[in-house]
Design a protein around this ligand. Sequence first.
Ligand SMILES: *Cc1c(COP(=O)(O)O)cnc(C)c1O
Length: 383
Amino acid sequence: MTDDNAEARRVPDPILQSNPKAGYLAHREEIDAALLRVANSGWYILGQEVEAFEAEFAAYHGLAHAVGVASGTDALELALRGCGIGPGDAVFTVSHTAVATVAAIERCGAVPVLIDIDPETYTLSPDALAQALKEWRGPRPAAVLPVHLYGQVADMPSILDIAAKHGLRVIEDCAQAHGARLAGRLAGTWGDAAAFSFYPTKNLGALGDGGAVITGAADISERVRELRQYGWRERYVSAVPGLNSRLDEIQAAVLRVKLKYLDAANQSRRRIADAYRSALSGSGLNVPASTGDAFHVYHQFVVRADDRDRLQAELRQAGIGTLVHYPQPVHRQPAYAGRLAYGDLRQSEAAASSVLSLPLYPELDGESVSRVASTILTLIGHR
Ligand SMILES: *Cc1c(COP(=O)(O)O)cnc(C)c1O
């Protein structure tokens, strides 16, 4: 045996930060059958699969309506427009989020106003929202768009109180929170409407792009349904100016399989998070709080470290993939810097410079989780 082989045997496999292929392989036969069913059906856009998925996704949430669309970004834009939000309106949201949240607000013609986060939950701070509404002198405050970041539901009881007081619509960004709960109530069932993404790495992921709007209101659902297909109320007749944003049959068929396993996948994520938390508590690293009322579904397990970039580089060297969600808050990004409305965003800026998302996907095995935790402990023990 050569030295090269001995070396190769000592290097463990790299650990991926996310692994959508593992989610496919876990249900390969069922997914393959679904793909073939669509291919053989001869019907590829807005057919039985989308209709069935919409019914199943609505039922999962105990709501009357779900509308499949082409992406999470589109779902946000259409949910806003479905709620009547547009030019002349201000929409209050966070800066510590995927840019898609803010992009969707601008695409519907409204003005985004960025609010700081609670540093424990990384979600919209109700106190900061109340303060911003008191001081706001711009376009009419029309809606609040909380983001259930990393898989944790924002403080919806407080946000709904404030929204009621100011006559705001509530649109939830659930792109990272499929199946998450607060006080037993699912993400997406608190507001007027909610937007989901089915990007492959999300808790419910397709084999491509996809999204959905859910709502209990028939009029919002009807408007979103028209808008996703050229503003048609009847075929070839546009009642309103719409767009093309359809979930396709193949993605809907895949999502129908994966929806059946969503709760089990979220339980796996929670088990992995518990393992990380117990291995890393007492290490000095800040780990996510686990509060009694929250059913966190750990789209990400996010730790905080002052020397985050160094830790990330050292983990990469050890074959462990991590990501930063997100390295720059939206108000600092080139496309938005200097032209968005916001107040004090110090918690958002502090988060952007210290957060690190560890490897986490439902199929990640216990041995890998232990290796990630012990590598981190060794690295920070040597500081
Ligand atoms: C992924 C994501 C989106 C956008 O979803 P796409 O399907 O990529 O358009 C929006 N908001 C948040 C918080 C996300 O994580």
